[in-house]
Design a protein around this ligand. Sequence first.
Ligand SMILES: Cc1cc2nc3c(=O)[nH]c(=O)nc-3n(C[C@H](O)[C@H](O)[C@H](O)COP(=O)(O)OP(=O)(O)OC[C@H]3O[C@@H](n4cnc5c(N)ncnc54)[C@H](O)[C@@H]3O)c2cc1C
Length: 450
Amino acid sequence: MGKEQLLVIGGVAAGLAAAMQARRAAPGLRITVLEKTADISYGACGLPYVVSGLIPALERLVLHTPEYFREQHDIDVQPHTEALEILPARSVVRVRANGERREMGFDSLVLATGAAAVCPPLAGHDLAGVFVMRQLRDGRRLLQFIEQVRPRDAVIVGAGYIGLEMAEAFRARGLNTTVVESTDKMMSTLGGALRDRVVDELRGRGVEVVLGERVSAFEGRGEQVARVICESGRAFEAQVVLIGVGVRPAVEIAKDAGLEIGETGAVATDANQRTSAANVFAAGDCSETLHRVSGRRVWMPLAQPAVRQGWVAGANAAGAMPEARFAGVVGTNAVKVFDLEVARTGLSLEEAQAAGFDPSIIEDETASRAGYYPGGAKILTRVVHDKSGRLLGAQMVGREGVAQRIDVYAAALHANLKIEELNQLDLAYAPPFAPTIDPILRATKQRDEG
Ligand SMILES: Cc1cc2nc3c(=O)[nH]c(=O)nc-3n(C[C@H](O)[C@H](O)[C@H](O)COP(=O)(O)OP(=O)(O)OC[C@H]3O[C@@H](n4cnc5c(N)ncnc54)[C@H](O)[C@@H]3O)c2cc1C
């Protein structure tokens, strides 16, 4: 009997994490990774920093080559190979590689097809100069375009975190940059004083921020985008446009194969990353997961869960015993917006309400370092909790000490701590790093005091 075959569809974070973990669990397994684009094993999260010029070349984002996987780990990674159809009953995947179609059998399959950038079918969305930012090839195309066309004005549609990172990148390249966002929020959930800090930072760095305007069309000059038109009739000059209105899970082949799709639109999985089909696993941005605070299945398309789900899927697809489990997420994310750190974990007030809680908030602003120590900055914190004192979430904005501090809230959420318990933690203090009472302890003490 030949070796058992693991097929992995998708050659980036989740897919390669799965392949590597499967190799650790089963040295004798045959492992093949199919990737439809030319690029594998790269950090998409670094794309804005290549566009800005901070990272000098796109290639710096690439971690490993197919040769590395073959020679070091006996994993066959095949770029330019698209999985067209999964036939779970026959344990077969139909693929297209170099224009030719063939069938590949599997004993176990990991779906790691990720997510795709949403590009609303607005008039003119196919003009030259209109981009999304999701894959390495998107970055390549944008950089080539900027080199050739030398645009002066950029419009970013959507104030999600990728849109804001790209606003910074465009400013770093000297482009006049406008962010147009249809809601009154930044990064989909950030409102009130926290949002205002982000807007102030963007405006202070020369980015025009337009909230409450919905883009309705792109107008061209010839084949090339020239203006972005809003429903209100407002228009903005732009020779380059970045659409950053979100992503959707890439689940077409999973759906066609009859795999269960969850309410979130992503592939339904259990804690072992199993799908509804035998011997088929899913991981990363194509799959949904458990939110430990709301207890609901959610879709959380972020890199760290993608890799960790990949490890779990890979181990289980290789037959690891005891079975690996993914513990779920609490929804932690941090973004740099020029000199501002913006971070969140758990549920926002609105998300907590939608999840059936009766939440309250504490808002507090305090210094990142001891008052007498030079170089500190204010940190604005919003803590969300319920009437019983259960911690539900936190959001923080400040010029330093935010992105790592949010991890304390994330750990507290993971452990289901009450605000009072969080307030008892023994956190590090020295004047260059924190005031005597850390911003976390100060904010959570407020509930004690009513
Ligand atoms: C600009 C940017 C910044 C980001 N910043 C952060 C950040 O700061 N923090 C964070 O946590 N996350 C960030 N992310 C998100 C992070 O990159 C993703 O969560 C992560 O890449 C998900 O990995 P994945 O393997 O699940 O999916 P993907 O990276 O989407 O990879 C899926 C792969 O599957 C391939 N594929 C799809 N269908 C098929 C098929 N039928 N056959 C063969 N191959 C197929 C695709 O071509 C793709 O290469 C960022 C993303 C972008 C674009």
